[in-house]
Design a protein around this ligand. Structure first.
Ligand SMILES: [Zn+2]
Length: 142
């Protein structure tokens, strides 16, 4: 009985948390980059909203950028931490978009030496450690 009040408080806090909805912003790490999509293991949502723990996020190639995307690999790499917006919720996954300036990679690493890359606000980025030039869809102005 000692912890009953605390348990009740925790339970009511859980009940107050709202599930994510279309239009909400979520964060996660890219676990796979495929030809037509990236798959993201979602970590959390803005405003402390609740994600289904088992669900992952998918960004299809057409939702990567406002511009035409030929190679999704030029924008994202496995391991990048991404900020994206929910455009559809299915029983299996969240469909996401990064086709806005303030959406995209918030943390990425050099493909050659694994050094963390510094977002310079452009698509092309040069690793200050090894000098390798690579492309990434970093968030802009956030
Ligand atoms: Zn490097």
């Amino acid at each position: 009985m000692r912890y009953l009040n605390e348990i009740q408080t925790i339970l009511s806090n859980i009940k107050q948390k709202k599930p994510v909805d279309v239009g909400d912003v979520v964060y996660g790490k890219i676990i796979a980059v495929k030809e037509k999509m990236i798959i993201i293991a979602l970590d959390y949502a803005e405003d402390n909203k609740v994600l289904s723990p088992a669900d992952s996020g998918i960004v299809f190639i057409r939702n990567v950028s406002r511009d035409y995307v030929k190679n999704i690999d030029d924008f994202f790499k496995k391991g990048d931490v991404v900020k994206a917006k929910i455009i559809e919720i299915t029983p299996f996954e969240y469909k996401l978009t990064t086709a806005e300036d303030n959406l995209g990679v918030i943390k990425g690493h050099c493909t050659q030496c694994k050094q963390e890359l510094k977002n310079n606000g452009t698509a092309q980025i040069r690793c200050f450690n090894c000098g390798k030039i690579q492309t990434k869809k970093f968030v802009i102005g956030d």
